[in-house]
Design a protein around this ligand. Structure first.
Ligand SMILES: [Zn+2]
Length: 366
């Protein structure tokens, strides 16, 4: 009897030990997951795009040696455009079609430069040709374009054609009163907007200075988009600047900023969050795991960056994006954001007149 009692007590103690070990293990696992998630929760996103690719192979190969989050925008009729697209694609680098658009000033133009007076068929043929010449492109931005992008009628034709393709449009903002956002309203085309030109002044020091401005803006807004060119000074400045990029700055491809923190879109983020909250209250219990994901994200945000959980975070975002309900929410938020864009455009045009936005008023017609 005594022997049995001792045996029972031993088994019970062993069971407690195993349970204790498992509970402790789960706790450590959760901590290991949540802590790094929270550490990266406040990383600011910076997208860098190198324009005018396809002419200067020697310089451009140096761009391809930079982190694959640096994206390239290829001129469709350039001699090495296709070759560069293939190389960049193998690296997993994002590619944009750098579509030539008419400037206000007289300059030598690329072949197939879009002009506001062109009819829709002519524009459609040029865009189709560009898509064939720049394989793997997921987005498009304007080369030059102060005349074309300031024409609402011209850009409406571009947007209506682009909506047939799964390409986003990055407005290079080569003129203050760009009509890109307004023209995209009501279409499926997603819009991004350039914040900083890295190399209007072609010196290493000034490009580094502009890179720092982009970093500061990303911290302030949550994200920023900078555009540079394959100039030797830009390459040297980037090599130097990227080697010492602060830990709280995450280099991303522009497409990572779609539906997330677009420049100056805090109000849209709030709208998206409000939509999510409304959706959650309408969701029947057990039909989605979104409240759980939101809880984990919330817990993460109260703590502090790490590597493992950035992956988890991306998985959560993928889960969100895979939900059809969430897609509807994004669409609703996009429509709202396009309206906001149009309104902000008006405001920015006013600001530009007063010189408040130097980046826009001084940017080159690249
Ligand atoms: Zn350009």
């Amino acid at each position: 009897m005594q022997y049995l009692l001792i045996k029972c007590l031993r088994s019970f103690t062993l069971l407690l030990g195993i349970l204790h070990f498992r509970v402790a293990g789960i706790c450590w696992l959760l901590l290991a997951c949540i802590l790094p998630l929270s550490l990266n929760a406040h990383a600011a996103r910076l997208a860098i795009v190198i324009d005018d690719v396809g002419y200067r192979v020697h310089n451009e190969k140096k761009i391809l040696q930079m982190p694959s989050a640096i994206s390239i925008a290829i001129l469709p009729n350039s001699p090495y455009g296709r070759e560069m697209a293939q190389k960049a694609h193998k690296q997993g680098r994002e590619i944009l079609i750098h579509l030539p658009m008419a400037p206000l000033s007289k300059q030598p133009l690329e072949k197939n430069t879009l002009h506001p007076a062109m009819n829709k068929e002519e524009i459609a043929a040029i865009i189709y040709d560009a898509i064939q010449k720049v394989p793997y492109a997921t987005g498009m931005n304007n080369h030059m374009g102060s005349a074309m992008t300031s024409s609402l009628n011209g850009m409406e034709k571009v947007m209506s054609i682009l909506s047939q393709y799964h390409l986003y449009f990055l407005d290079s903002v080569t003129i203050g009163n760009t009509q890109v956002a307004k023209a995209s309203a009501g279409t499926a085309v997603q819009i991004l907007r350039r914040n900083i030109f890295l190399d209007n002044v072609q010196t290493e020091a000034e490009t580094l200075n502009q890179l720092n401005r982009a970093i500061a803006l990303a911290r302030k807004q949550g994200s920023a988009i900078a555009i540079g060119h394959p100039y030797p000074t830009t390459i040297r400045a980037l090599q130097q600047g990227l080697a010492t990029l602060p830990d709280d700055i995450e280099l991303v491809a522009p497409s990572r900023l779609l539906n997330h923190t677009q420049p100056g879109k805090q109000s849209n983020q709030q709208t998206e969050q409000q939509c999510r909250n409304t959706q959650k209250s309408k969701t029947e219990p057990g039909t989605t795991s979104e409240p759980k994901m939101d809880y984990l994200k919330m817990v993460g945000e109260t703590l502090v960056p790490g590597v493992i959980i950035n992956t988890l975070k991306q998985s959560f975002e993928k889960l969100r994006n895979s939900s059809p309900k969430t897609e509807k929410l994004h669409s609703a938020a996009q429509i709202k954001s396009k309206k906001d864009n149009a309104e902000r455009d008006k405001a920015k045009t006013k600001q530009n007149k007063t010189g408040a936005h130097k980046a826009v008023s001084t940017c080159s017609d690249s």
